[in-house]
Design a protein around this ligand. Sequence first.
Ligand SMILES: NC(=O)c1ccc[n+]([C@@H]2O[C@H](COP(=O)([O-])OP(=O)(O)OC[C@H]3O[C@@H](n4cnc5c(N)ncnc54)[C@H](OP(=O)(O)O)[C@@H]3O)[C@@H](O)[C@H]2O)c1
Length: 413
Amino acid sequence: MSRQLNIGLFGFGVAGEGLYKAIQKAGMHGVHIRKICVKHETKTRNAPAGLFTTNKDEILNDPSINVIVEATNDADAAFTITITALGNGKHVVSAGKKMIARNLAALLQLQQETGCSFLYEASVCAAIPIIRNLEEYYRYSTLRSIRGIVNGSCNYILTKMLTEGAAYTDALKEAQAKGFAETDPVEDVAGFDAASKLQVLLFHACGVWVPQNDLLFSGISNIHATDITVAKQNGWQVKLVAQLVHIDKKNTTAWVLPQFVTGNDPLFGVNNEYNGIVLEDDCSEKQFFYGRGAGSKPTATALLQDVLSLQDDYHYHYTKNGSHQFTDEVLLYVYCNFNRNKKIPEQLFSAVHEWQMEGERQFITGSITYKSLKENNWWRHQDVSLILLPEGADHKTKVLKPVKKLQRDVLLS
Ligand SMILES: NC(=O)c1ccc[n+]([C@@H]2O[C@H](COP(=O)([O-])OP(=O)(O)OC[C@H]3O[C@@H](n4cnc5c(N)ncnc54)[C@H](OP(=O)(O)O)[C@@H]3O)[C@@H](O)[C@H]2O)c1
């Protein structure tokens, strides 16, 4: 393609305006935003009025525009914009993880048919270049696992609960006031956002596309104050962790669940709105990526790097496409905390290792299959919290402090 990049930008919010400012600030040669399409005509904008339109075709049908940056907050509109742009021979850069996760297989096919690039580094952990690393550095390596804190809003809330003893609702309000969580936080706190990012990671790490409905995922809204106390007493943290694991050379599994993490875990130190990802491969063992996973500048940085790489005709290789298949035939070691008066279907556990009943709460630890959690909703009830035991935990792991300590310090408080 020509080295002159004429951009049609869709969306002028946190991500879109961030990109506009970054390009203005850098004064880049050969990179120009020609037109910006937004939804609402009358909003005040921090850019010349002549740049804006609300008519998408003005950009999509303009032959002088060769790059589309998609930074809207509407996944359906984003998909239409992306497929039309690719169909019209334009390269596309997107931040829209929801749209991408839903349509990855179709979008790959369209890239192959049109020969156009579709890049989306900003969609997973914004400023952490995880997709590019999976595509390039880990292209031929055999990954064992990827574990990440990929949602800054949840991480901010959990950090406040753990370090300041904040109640969930207060921590959420604070996250919203600081702009880390949306007014409607469901996408974040119920785990949808992290699940979308995990879908994208799965596609690049092992060539598996799993519809979101087939993934086991949950969020943080059921985390109970006593979970935080149990974590503190054990010297742990609670994190919402998106994880994929290669079970063997052909099979991969993946989930998003709250997890206790120990002080030895690199994710232990990932606090507030920050993101972190731990990759493990056969040869080099663990590597850790840390950084800002959201916000105007981090997201704009990732968008800009993708745009600039189009100057060299960069496209993803998808080398691992089809190399693995998804399996839900795995056993998970979990901790479960529920009300004293509640019954849970204990027969669904493969084994129960500990069961304590103290004060208002009951705690059990045990092993249960992925499939069972996927197919049964008892653990999603508002008064039940289910947290994965720390990395490497098995049935021998001592999970809770001795009962006496729990009685004195935790459960009767
Ligand atoms: N914010 C982050 O930190 C972050 C990080 C990584 C990825 N992302 C992703 O980046 C995307 C944008 O997020 P954001 O936070 O920048 O959203 P935002 O601040 O809510 O801005 C959304 C923008 O999209 C425009 N828009 C909505 N529907 C449109 C349509 N049909 N055609 C053209 N423009 C349309 C809106 O127009 P109006 O201004 O007229 O309302 C607005 O300018 C999302 O997919 C998000 O998941 C965001």
